[in-house]
Design a protein around this ligand. Structure first.
Ligand SMILES: *Cc1c(COP(=O)(O)O)cnc(C)c1O
Length: 405
């Protein structure tokens, strides 16, 4: 059968001509999606094993989220924070409760929430901890990914993310991820925070050694340093728990949330902490026109309600066990060098004999499966948590077929 690609080809060349080339998308043009499946402009269907980098944990077109958005669209969508609106208090109360905290600062994108966490930690350091003005230090890990702003890329170790964007923001020290001794040595009397991903997503789904997060928690508590957990990608069900920190019974001082908080419908992010920490802000000292808008709050409230049932966490844990068992077999067969991850989240290092991560992604695309490569040889598997076991198995069959040659 001859498959037409005319519509896709035209759309792709127009995108290449008129959009900056800061991404290298796979050659597919999506026009609709439902659950774990997407459909392109030629009518072909694809199993989504990326889920918008975990923004779509609850699936494409999730009925509860779409209905919540539609209802809110008909009432009021934006007030700015100049006025109160009737979804705001509810959103902040519910999100704080989900995190076991009592205060929320809403923003829009993940990067903005990280910026907010950095500002919070510095202000807390000067006002509460008593760090001399201009001396605050934040310790971060190598191979981190926290977003794309000039301050955030200042403490990236990825040359692609960082090069040519200087001068860089000072005040950060980078230590090896997973190395508690290095972290301990870096924390000094001017350190206000340690900022980490509980599992490093963009780095290739790197899980730190057992006991690391608990160790970070102990160390930061002892030294009066805030522990900021970037749960933007790891949080909200992905790993089989609401937060990845829970796997080590760790409660950080600050949760940074984004991606799935907006259910793939609207950008919603937030910093969640105690009022001792987030209480440092006074009117005018930080803000966002769209942060905490009624539409964002309505969708996020539904996300929180979905998470409260625990169904998605349970699903991610169960299907995740299955996923990791199956991927483990591929390591045994020599097609894959290593598999890491937790829950419905895996970084798969493709054996060089089977091609690059990009090659594998393109061959999977031809077989109706969408994944995205990272760092050359790794592909990441992170389907919407609504995926059925049958569909997941079918996706894994395609991966096996692609890796077989
Ligand atoms: C995606 C991501 C961010 C940045 O979020 P944006 O919404 O793209 O700004 C920050 N931290 C982690 C761990 C992420 O995965």
């Amino acid at each position: 059968m001859l498959i037409s690609t005319e519509r896709s080809t035209a759309a792709i060349s127009a995108a290449e001509a008129h959009s900056a080339h800061n991404y290298h998308p796979l050659p597919v043009v999506i026009t609709s999606a439902e659950g774990a499946w997407m459909t392109d402009v030629e009518g072909r269907r694809y199993l989504d094993l990326l889920a918008g980098y975990s923004a779509l944990n609850f699936g494409h077109g999730n009925r509860r989220l779409i209905d919540a958005a539609k209802a809110q669209l008909e009432r009021v969508t934006l007030t700015s924070r100049a006025f109160h609106h009737d979804r705001f208090a509810e959103f902040c109360t519910e999100l704080a409760a989900l995190c076991g905290k009592d205060m929320v600062l809403p923003m829009n994108t993940g990067a903005e929430a990280i910026e907010t966490a950095v500002k919070t930690a510095r202000k807390w350091g000067y006002r509460i901890k008593g760090v001399p003005d201009g001396k605050a230090k934040i310790v971060v890990a190598d191979n981190n990914f926290h977003g794309r702003t000039t301050t955030i890329i200042s403490f990236s170790t990825d040359p692609e993310a960082r090069a040519d964007y200087g001068p860089y923001t000072p005040g950060f020290e980078i230590v090896p991820y997973g190395d508690l001794a290095a972290l301990s040595a870096a924390v000094d009397e001017h350190t206000v925070a340690v900022l980490l991903e509980p599992i490093q997503g963009e780095a290739g789904v790197l899980v730190p050694p057992a006991g690391y997060l608990a160790g970070v928690r102990r160390l930061t508590a002892e030294r009066n340093v805030l522990f900021i957990a970037d749960e933007i990608q790891s949080g909200l069900g992905r790993t089989g728990r609401t937060f990845a920190c829970e796997h080590e019974d760790v409660v950080p001082d600050m949760y940074v949330l984004g991606k799935a908080l907006g259910g793939g419908v609207v950008p919603v992010s937030a910093v969640v902490a105690s009022s001792e920490v987030l209480g440092v802000f006074r009117p005018g000292e930080h803000g966002s026109t769209f942060g905490g808008n009624p539409l964002a709050c309505a969708v996020a409230l539904e996300v929180i309600a979905i998470l409260r049932t625990g169904e998605y966490q349970e699903r991610a844990a169960e299907l995740g066990e299955h996923l990791h068992r199956e991927l483990g077999l591929l390591v045994g067969e020599g097609a894959v060098d290593a598999v890491r991850g937790r829950g419905l989240w895996a970084g798969v290092d493709i054996a060089p004999s089977r091609g690059t991560g990009r090659d594998v992604s393109e061959r999977l695309l031809e077989r109706g499966v969408l994944v995205k490569d990272t760092h050359g040889s790794t592909i990441r598997i992170a389907p919407p948590l609504v995926i059925s076991k049958e569909d997941l198995d079918w996706g894994l069959d395609q991966l096996r077929a692609v890796l077989a040659g």
